[in-house]
Design a protein around this ligand. Structure first.
Ligand code: TYM
Length: 342
């Protein structure tokens, strides 16, 4: 009997700070649900993180923490490939090649670049600008079918598909065109105090975010202080961004639908509703936090996972080597330049 090859998933997270409930509900939780049915690569995208200034010691620690958290949520290193982006040089190599197939007009439209440039006005570097191209390289390097991400990455997925399609159009079928996988609930968790803005790990106001590692009492407190809307109805709607966000969080944690949750809290006050939301978040995160603490004690195991992941992801068969791409392009000069790295 012919064994069907599993489809491939690639996704990644920046080790640019402590991860939030948004990262968990929008991405990590889906990754664990998909790991049995797909061949998955889950990357710690440390090279993306240096598009803003980083303290090297802190960055290394954050990358290690992120690895521990990937494992703690249940991503199994036996079934999946977990690795640091900087350990696999093909990401940067393909990134350069794809830079030559990306138009400035396309990059100018990227809303995340505009937001980050506004936030880091003293450091609007070229890496920040071409960030989506490195992201395209991450994905296209592995002939990825599906990319599970939160809603904020949709535009980056679209540009990835455009770059791949353009390359294929010029040189023949080379890259698989990937699809985004964006969950129905949890894909866009908003800031607690400013619910029209997404929850972000780089937010300076700590009351805006729930961190994966926040203690239960801290979580309860942050949810209780979350901004609510006028009126007392617990209903999902554009006119109720605060309550809608809390309903999304509640449903993503409990698996209930919005309609079920609205029914459950029909007639309840904001206070009781917020207590239930806080408790649902605590119930979801507490087991993960316990596993993080256990894993942190096992340094050798973490070292082994990251070493094996780098070896596995570098295996030739997973990667259309940059060499063969250049051959396809018949650009001897470029090959000559790249042979320094290959
Ligand atoms: P990053 O590190 O900002 O976020 C990691 C994942 O978390 C999701 N996410 C959210 N989901 C719901 N609500 C939120 N408030 C929220 N905040 C973040 C993100 O959508 C993402 O899925 N560019 C990517 C990292 C990356 C990548 C890749 C992802 C680099 N290369 C290749 C997929 C494939 C990023 O900055 O994610």
């Amino acid at each position: 009997m012919k064994v069907e090859e599993k489809k491939r998933i690639f996704s990644g997270m920046q080790p640019s700070g402590m991860i939030t409930l948004g990262n968990y509900l929008g991405a990590l939780k889906n990754w664990t649900n998909l790991q049995d049915d797909y061949d998955c690569l889950y990357c710690i995208v440390d090279m993306h993180a240096i598009t803003v200034r980083q303290d090297p010691v802190k960055l290394r620690k954050q990358a290690r923490d992120l690895l521990t958290q990937y494992l703690a949520v249940g991503i199994d290193p036996e079934k999946n490939t977990i690795y640091y982006q900087s350990h696999v040089s093909q990401h940067a190599e393909l990134g350069w090649i794809l830079n030559c197939f990306t138009y400035m007009g396309e990059l100018n439209r990227m809303t995340q670049f505009k937001d980050k440039a506004a936030k880091h006005a003293d450091n609007i570097n070229a890496g920040l600008y071409t960030y989506p191209v490195l992201m395209a390289a991450d994905i296209l390097l592995y002939q990825t079918d599906l990319v599970p991400v939160g809603e904020d990455q949709r535009q980056h997925l679209e540009i990835t598909r455009d770059i791949a399609g353009r390359f294929n159009g010029i040189y023949g079928e080379t890259f698989k065109i990937p699809e985004a996988y964006i969950g129905k609930v949890g894909a866009r968790i908003m800031s607690l105090q400013e619910p029209t803005k997404k929850m972000s790990k780089s937010d300076e106001n700590k009351n805006n975010t729930i961190l994966l590692m926040d203690e239960p009492a801290v979580i309860m407190n942050k949810v209780k202080r979350a901004m609510t809307d006028s009126g007392s109805e617990i209903r999902h709607g554009e006119d109720k961004p605060g309550i809608s966000n809390l309903l999304n969080i509640y449903c993503a944690c409990t698996g209930k639908t919005i309609a079920e949750a609205e029914k459950e809290f029909d007639g309840a006050g904001y206070g009781a509703f917020k207590t239930a939301v806080g408790e649902a978040v605590v119930a979801e995160l507490e087991p993960v936090q316990k596993r993080v603490k256990e894993l942190e004690k096992n340094k050798d195991y973490l070292d082994e996972v990251i070493k094996n992941g780098a070896d596995k992801s570098t295996e030739e068969s997973w990667i259309p080597s940059c060499d063969s791409l250049i051959e396809k392009m018949e650009m001897d000069e470029v090959l000559c330049i790249l042979s320094i790295f290959l």
